[in-house]
Design a binder for this molecule. Structure first.
Ligand code: ZN
Ligand code: ZN
Length: 225
């Protein structure tokens, strides 16, 4: 008896075997969240959807799949948005400097940073990094979210608070680094997903959504099936 896996057999396991070509990595799908069968099932399921190049099909991404509750799906999306915002800020860092943007502004409004015990002005990049850090810590907090597979209504206030603050990062990019915003949005649809999520779960009043709808020159790719 051998335990060796033959490269010629169809591989049913969901692993990237050594030698798998990059474009073929993660080439599996799940029918439901429960099928993933790990502690991080929701996250893995969502990342699987994103890898299947469905970033622009936002309504489908937000649709609650079977095997997970509506609020746990929101939680997974917020975690994923924070992960992607980390990459977003790493790109924005090249042009949003302390000299260019010494305080956090979105349109004409200046915001104080809440990441220091007491609110104080921070550069736009400092504010963005501190705010993302706050959101990630909150999502990992056992007090705010004791069980990610069973998110309660009482946690909604935490989502509202983080959406309000994270929104300003996008607003700063839109009003002060428009080209960057559009470039990112064309590639990732991250803001579109974020704002759609906020609206779907009523996490922000419309008065706080200051980036106009259809703000960019983004062209949605033709959906090929
Ligand atoms: Zn800036
Ligand atoms: Zn700060």
């Amino acid at each position: 008896m051998t335990t060796e896996v033959s490269a010629k057999e169809p591989v049913r396991q969901r692993i990237n075997l050594p030698g798998t070509r990059e474009e073929e990595c993660f080439g599996w799908t799940y029918e439901s969240v429960t099928e993933v069968g790990t502690d991080m099932a929701g996250q893995e399921y969502l990342q699987g959807l994103l890898r299947q190049q469905r970033r622009f099909e936002i309504d489908k991404l937000l649709q609650v799949p079977s095997g997970i509750s509506r609020l746990s799906w929101l939680y997974e999306h917020m975690r994923q948005i924070c992960v992607e915002l980390g990459f977003y800020l790493a790109q924005l860092f090249h042009e949003c400097t302390e000299r260019e943007c010494p305080v956090m502004r979105a349109n004409e409004t200046t915001f104080y940073c809440a990441g220091h015990g007491h609110p104080r002005p921070c550069s736009a990049m400092g504010y963005s990094v501190h705010t993302l850090d706050y959101a990630v810590r909150l999502l990992s907090s056992g007090t705010a979210f004791p069980d990610r597979s069973d998110i309660q209504d009482t946690s909604m206030k935490h989502f509202q608070s983080m959406v309000r603050r994270l929104y300003r990062i996008f607003a700063h990019a839109y009003f002060h680094h428009r080209e960057f915003f559009e470039r990112q949005e064309s590639a990732t649809y991250l803001y579109a997903r974020f704002v759609r999520l906020a609206r779907k779960y009523e996490l922000a009043p419309e008065s706080q959504i200051i980036i106009p709808d259809l703000p960019t020159t983004i062209e949605l790719p033709a959906v090929t099936k």
